[in-house]
Design a protein around this ligand. Structure first.
Ligand code: MG
Length: 183
């Protein structure tokens, strides 16, 4: 029997996975941490991410999930941390570019599921704002975006408050041959 080979362009959906981790340090002058920004929300916290851009690990992981779903280069290739243009840069720029690329490739957001792993700060009070920020940058409905907060049970670097990690999966749906474009 001849194996079925689906050409990529025939697939009605694409799945993408993204991951990011940032070391957390005290803010200057005691360390190199930046204000703790997650999904565009700045949290009041004594430590923050070390990074070339603004260090928003949620926007970074979502960017990589979108790019991965359409087989494009990752965030580090598109926006190198050796390029002064990206220093301190608002990470919504990266996400907006990834969003533009998936639409250019003929896809739209199906749904997005984000897991943030850190001991503190607690995300719950700001979760809806984080979701709204993601939906706004991605130009999709807030019901297509989900965020979960987890701790690392006080073990390892994340559990000891020295790092934050973010996992993302995204499902994209093809806009080709499907009538009006879905957002
Ligand atoms: Mg990052």
């Amino acid at each position: 029997m001849t194996p079925v080979k689906n050409p990529p362009e025939a697939l009605p959906v694409r799945i993408g996975h993204g991951f990011d981790l940032h070391r957390l340090e005290s803010l200057p002058p005691d360390g190199e941490g930046k204000p703790f920004i997650l999904a565009g929300v700045t949290f009041e916290h004594p430590v923050g991410p070390v990074g070339h851009s603004d260090g928003d690990a949620v926007f970074h992981a979502v960017t990589d999930a979108l790019l991965g779903a359409i087989g494009e280069p990752d965030i580090g290739q598109l926006f190198p941390d050796t390029d002064p243009v990206n220093e301190g840069r608002d990470s919504s720029d990266f996400l907006r570019e990834a969003s533009r690329r998936i639409r250019e490739a003929g896809f739209a957001i199906g749904n997005l599921d984000v897991t943030v792993v850190c001991e503190r700060p607690k995300l719950n009070p700001m979760k809806s704002t984080m979701i709204e920020n993601l939906a706004r940058v991605l130009d999709c409905d807030t019901r297509q975006v989900n965020i979960k907060g987890k701790t690392h049970e006080q073990v390892d670097a994340i559990g000891e408050g020295r790092a934050v990690a973010v996992h993302v999966v995204v499902l994209l749906t093809s806009c080709k041959n499907s009538g009006p474009e879905m957002k």
